[in-house]
Ligand binder design. Structure first.
Ligand code: 13P
Length: 293
């Protein structure tokens, strides 16, 4: 089964100047849609659950088993990483215990020294099981599943300190936000991204990937972004396709109310969105699965 830890994949992406998509899942349809897109393109993928999505779905154990069983039942052969998105200390420990392949410990709301100390603890625990760790410096603006960030620009010194904890990839706040970007958004802070990329020898992560114009995504990847997080774009695509189905009265035709029919256009829209964004990221096909689990 092609479940892998993320580290080697992201190092290869950094060297090859492309990025790998980290897509949030919410349920079975989301999971299938993302895996289908990855398999059709032949690209590696990271499927992530936020703490909120994991709670909604029934906990980390269930999420891990659902994704693992879906990979198996769909005969997926591309590398898949099951990742925790924005976990607090307890969530990161729970996801590690449940067998996730990779976790993000997000201590941005803690005093920096405590963030560093807790990141070290998570790194020691995760690495003892071969699990990858992402940490965050600065913060991502906007709100995702109750995790609110004010959008603080990452400090280069803090980025270096956090990188020295032994993490495998680093998320940096560079003006990116979760959710939809406001019309007056000023764009990514490329100067700061360059400073961090020069100072830190790690694959970098760009959160808030939905709604960033393609040219800015491409420029960020050329500067060292190796993982692009996408959630809202798939939610919008799913909602639009489902709305169109209902507004066209299709749920009232025959058995159009059957969830297998009702949810099909939205599910396909997620796959289509996945493929479009992978094109922007230049995600490379992976022929050899690095250290299958
Ligand atoms: P979006 O809301 O822009 O899709 O961001 C997703 C994300 O960064 C998840 O951590």
């Amino acid at each position: 089964m092609p479940l892998v830890h993320g580290t080697e994949l992201f190092q290869a992406a950094r060297k090859g100047h492309y990025a790998i998509g980290a897509f949030n899942t919410n349920n079975l349809e989301w999971t299938r849609a993302i895996l289908k897109g990855a398999q059709e393109l032949g690209v590696p993928v990271l499927i992530q659950t936020s703490m909120g999505a994991a709670k909604y779905m029934g906990g980390y154990e269930l999420c891990k088993q659902l994704i693992e069983a879906t990979v198996k039942s769909m005969d997926i052969t591309v590398p898949v990483v099951i990742h925790l998105d924005h976990g607090d200390f307890e969530a990161a420990k729970e996801a590690i215990a449940a067998g996730y392949n990779s976790v993000m410990f997000d201590g941005h709301d803690l005093p920096f020294d405590e963030n560093v100390a807790k990141t070290k603890e998570i790194v020691a625990l995760a690495h003892s099981k071969g699990i990858s760790v992402e940490a965050e410096v600065g913060s991502i603006g906007g709100e995702e599943d109750g995790v609110v960030g004010e959008g603080e620009l990452a400090s280069v010194e803090e980025a270096k300190t956090l990188a020295a904890t032994g993490i495998d990839f680093l998320a940096a706040g560079i003006g990116n936000i979760h959710g939809q970007y406001p019309a007056n958004w000023k764009g990514l802070h490329f100067d700061r991204l360059q400073e961090i990329a020069d100072a830190v020898d790690l694959p970098l992560v760009l959160h808030g990937g939905s709604g960033i114009p393609q040219d800015q995504v491409e420029k960020a990847i050329s500067m060292g972004i190796s993982k692009l997080n996408i959630n809202t774009e798939c939610q919008l695509a799913f909602a639009k396709a489902t709305r169109e189905y209902i507004e066209a009265g299709k749920d009232k035709q025959g058995k159009g109310y059957d969830p297998r029919k009702l949810l099909a256009p939205g599910t396909q829209a997620i796959t289509d969105t996945f493929k479009e964004i992978c094109g922007w990221m230049g995600t490379k096909q992976v022929k050899l699965v690095p250290v299958e689990l």
